[in-house]
Design a binder for this molecule. Structure first.
Ligand SMILES: Nc1ncnc2c1ncn2[C@@H]1O[C@H](COP(=O)(O)OP(=O)(O)OP(=O)(O)O)[C@@H](O)[C@H]1O
Ligand SMILES: [Mg+2]
Length: 226
């Protein structure tokens, strides 16, 4: 579908209906999917909070997973230029070293030159603040990538999905598709929820990622239909 719509881009910005929506699982599944298509991939998590200290530097688990799944060896600093130890919103965690979008763009230029496809995972939801005057939408607009929206399928998700989809459109970006992430083990009426989401989201459904106790990213990547 992405090809038909001419969205076979060099990269995608992955956003979600919220924090914990399934962005990282979806991004890794997409990385494996593109690799299976014979393309080289890199992943970026420009801004992360809640980092642990590894080898003397703050490291984030999402960013490490994206680094691990890249087709090429990439420096951690390129994958995750802003790594904040405090597990709070980046505009608070990064008070002493606030996100500078131009810096992210420079790192992204470098990173995307290393592979066919570059996937960028946002932080939190679409309007999550990244510093005191900008939010994720500003970062996504500056990057200019088509957006993939990950919807955590649960009670309340239709509202969150519709709001986020409209906000992406309002930002002037293209929503290249959406992914249903089944983050709850036993959601009632899953199919009806997905049908309802499909009716309100005017973008192709790229995958329904089933609930898994433990992530099997190869299996999840096989659920993607682009
Ligand atoms: N398909 C799935 N099956 C089961 N659990 C899932 C699935 N997808 C995500 N989860 C659960 O939801 C959690 C959050 O997923 P993930 O880390 O992908 O979200 P995120 O949107 O990237 O979160 P963050 O805002 O912290 O970056 C995972 O740790 C996992 O426990
Ligand atoms: Mg994540």
């Amino acid at each position: 579908m992405l090809q038909e719509r001419n969205f076979m881009e060099k990269g995608y910005f992955i956003t979600g209906t919220d924090t914990n929506a399934g962005k990282t699982w979806s991004t890794v599944a997409l990385m494996r999917y593109f690799k299976n298509q014979g393309k080289s991939v890199v992943g970026m998590k420009p801004v992360a909070s809640g980092c642990f200290i590894g080898q003397g530097l703050p490291k984030n688990l999402d960013a490490l997973l994206l680094q691990e799944n890249a087709s090429v060896k990439v420096d951690y600093g390129l994958v995750n230029p802003y790594a904040y130890p405090l597990p709070v919103s980046p505009h608070i965690a990064g008070m002493d070293n606030p996100v500078d979008i131009a810096t992210v763009l420079a790192k992204f230029e470098h990173l995307k030159a290393l592979a066919d496809v570059a996937l960028v995972e946002g932080v939190g939801g679409w309007y999550a603040p990244i510093n005191n005057h900008q939010d994720v939408s500003d970062l996504a607009v500056a990057m200019g990538l088509p957006v993939i929206l990950v919807v955590a399928v649960k009670l309340g998700c239709i509202n969150h999905a519709k709001l986020t989809f409209r906000a992406i459109q309002q930002s002037g970006l293209v929503c290249a598709g959406w992914i249903a992430a089944c983050t709850e083990p036993q959601l009632l009426c899953l199919d009806s929820n997905i049908k309802a989401l499909n009716a309100v989201l005017k973008a192709p459904l790229l995958a329904v990622l089933p609930y898994m106790e433990t992530a099997d990213f190869d299996f999840l990547s096989q659920q993607i239909k682009i």
